[in-house]
Every structure is written in C-alpha cells, then in structure tokens.
Design a protein around this ligand. Structure first.
Ligand SMILES: Cc1ncc(COP(=O)(O)O)c(C=O)c1O
Length: 366
C-alpha cells in the first residue's frame, strides 16, 4: 500500500525554466482523453507508422519536467513510467540537458570505432570501477539494450568457444533476433518470427507469486544439462535479477547466489541483464547488489543516459580479450551518461530506495 499521508514537503524547486511554461503542476485533465490534437495525431500515426508499435495508452507527449508530463492538449499527468525506466533523473533534467547542449556545441560524431572520445573513455572508466569493482573489466558501448544483449551473446560465445545459452521463462531481453531468442515473455513477441537461435534453452524463473521455487528452477537447469544442453556446451546464462516485462518478479533470496555457484562450477558466464533493473531503480545501482552476486557480464541501457539512446555491456577483462565488432557511437550520449550518473550519485539513488512520492518529489525538485 502507498502511504496515505502526504510525504514531507519537498524543498523549493530549483529547475531552470520552471515558470509560466511549467508552473508547479498537479495532474489536470482539461479535455476528454484523447483530446482533439492527440486524436488527430494518433490517426496520422496509424497511417504513417509501423503497426509493430503497440501503444499502451493514447498519450501524445508535448513536454516533460521531472515526473510531470503534459500532452499536446495541455492535460497534465504524473508520470509513473519515466519513459519505461529510461529517464532516471526525471524528464529533461537541467544537468542532463546542459551536458547535451555543451557536447552539441563541440561536435556530435566522429566514429568511436575508428577514433577516440575523451568522454567515452571517462564514462567507461567510471562504469568499470562501479559496476564490477575490484575486477579488471572492459566496457563496450551500444545504441540500445537489445544491442548490449547481442554483444554479450557474441562475447560469451567468443570467450568460451561454446554455442548455447540458457535464459528464463518470462524474461525480456529485446527484440533483435539473438535477444528475441532469449526472450520468453509473451508469445506475441515471437509469433511468425521463427526460426530463432536453436541453441537457447529456458528454465522457469523462481518467484513466490508464481509458485516456482529456487529448487525447481535449479533442478530444471540441471535437467537441461543432463539431457539437451551439456554444461560444457553452455556459454552463458542470461538473467534479469528482477524480471521486468515478465511481471516485476523478485526471485527468492537464494536464487541468484545459487545460480552464480552453478554457473561458476561449470565455467559458464553469468550475464545480468540490468537494462531495466539497473541504474538505481531498486535502491542499488544494480539489482544484483541486493544479493551480493557478481556477474561476469552486466548489460545496461535505458536509464544509463536518462533519455538518450545509449547501452553498454561491462565484462570482466578476461572474456573481452577477443576482438568484438565495432558499433556506431555518439559522444553526446556519453556526456549525457556522465550527467545522469552524476545526478544518481548526488541524489544517493544508488544507495537507498525511497518511497515513491518522496523519490518523485526529490527528482522533480533537484
Ligand atoms: C530487461 C530488458 N532487457 C533488454 C531490453 C531491450 O532494450 P532496448 O529496448 O533498449 O533494446 C529491455 C527493454 O525493455 C529490457 O527491459
């Protein structure tokens, strides 16, 4: 239950640009929903955009600040989605916007596959130190979460020389072919896209709310080892420490430590998909930190740059020794990543979870 009492009043608002355009807002519905401008745009969208996008709600964004969003008809909403876990610092946080503007003034792109960017190096150093502390690690930047998963899949094969992967029922890892092969969240995401990768096997994800225990999940993996996926053929186990798309499922406390032990015993890499659960969403920078588990590879995206498309996978130095195919990168996103990390650290959001209303107020008022 959310607290019924109002949270302690937030300190005075310090956002730049808040004023006539964006006064201290409360939810305010001025038109029937969708409003006339939104309805017109949604009709045009239906003719121009791929039907693959299945929108959850007829909201047409006009602008956002902190945890408040306004639609094209002037209706104001409290945003509980944060761009589906992307805008970790709230919409258009001034520090993030300033970093983007400053970078745009310098340059936008030079090609990180062929040349060097100082901000990219700095962000990689910072991620490496924080994500896998005490372990020499390497960072590979990507454009999205799915691309980070694809990269981790390739790295796991390259580093181990093994062909197969294990993932979990209910998992969502993305929609590109490799990531989709791991994804087992909804049949609609796979329908008519087969054949996917043949060397992916699934085990049940343990969680009390679905009546699946850690023992059942581990026993299923061991059954896979004994029948269709001998452990020496398995490159990596991909796991969301807390499943997102699958239903916001938290595993029992012994699950991730036992999975870590099982994978280590068989020389299998443990890949934590923290695309949705990471970047401070659960009160630690990474969700795996709740269970003291150290993965071999961590995949990040979404909240890493608070709105700009940036992903990354961070791997122990050992498995990254091989060559990886390069991908396009833009320096501005690294700058935004820096700014987003600064905000998360200064707000202490990677150290403790706050009750929702307080967290919202703090993000809006910072
Ligand atoms: C856990 C997880 N992994 C991967 C992805 C794919 O990320 P992207 O949409 O940036 O490709 C998502 C997206 O929702 C996700 O929730």
């Amino acid at each position: 239950m959310w607290p019924l009492r109002r949270p302690t009043p937030a300190p005075p608002h310090k956002w730049e640009g808040r004023s006539a355009n964006f006064p201290r807002v409360r939810p305010e519905i001025k038109t029937p929903l969708p409003g006339p401008k939104a309805a017109e745009l949604i009709a045009r969208d239906a003719k121009a955009m791929s039907p693959s996008f299945t929108r959850a709600y007829p909201f047409v964004m006009e602008r956002g600040r902190g945890c408040w969003v306004t639609d094209v008809d002037g209706n104001q909403f409290l945003d509980f989605t944060a761009g589906i876990a992307v805008v970790t610092t709230g919409h258009s946080h001034p520090a993030v916007v300033a970093a983007i503007k400053e970078q745009a003034d310098h340059f936008l792109h030079m090609s990180g596959t062929d040349f060097y960017y100082s901000s990219e190096i700095e962000l990689a150093e910072r991620l490496e130190a924080r994500i896998l502390p005490g372990t020499p690690a390497r960072v590979f930047f990507t454009n999205s979460g799915a691309e980070a998963i694809e990269g981790a899949m390739k790295l796991a094969r390259y580093a181990t020389g093994r062909p197969s992967y294990i993932a979990f029922i209910g998992a969502f890892h993305g929609r590109t072919f490799g990531a989709l092969s791991l994804t087992a969240s909804k049949a609609s995401q796979r329908r008519r896209f087969a054949p996917l990768l043949s060397s992916v096997f699934h085990a049940p994800f343990p969680t009390a709310s679905r009546g699946v225990t850690t023992d059942q999940s581990i026993e299923r993996i061991e059954e896979l080892f004994a029948t269709v996926a001998p452990p020496e053929s398995v490159a990596a186990v991909f796991v969301e420490p807390i499943q997102g798309e699958g239903g916001y499922l938290v595993p029992p406390d012994d699950f991730l430590p036992r999975l870590r032990e099982l994978t280590s015993r068989h020389g299998i890499l443990l890949v934590a998909d923290e695309v949705q659960s990471g970047m401070g969403r659960t009160g630690h920078l990474l969700a795996v930190e709740h269970w003291g588990v150290e993965p071999d590879i961590v995949c990040l995206a979404k909240g890493i740059a608070s709105g700009l498309p940036l992903g990354a996978f961070i791997a122990r130095a050992e498995p990254t020794r091989g060559r990886l195919d390069g991908e396009r990168r833009a320096r501005g996103r690294a700058a935004a990543g820096w700014a987003a990390r600064d905000r998360l650290e200064s707000q202490g959001r990677d150290r403790r979870a706050r009750p929702w209303p307080d967290a919202c107020a703090r993000v809006q008022d910072s």
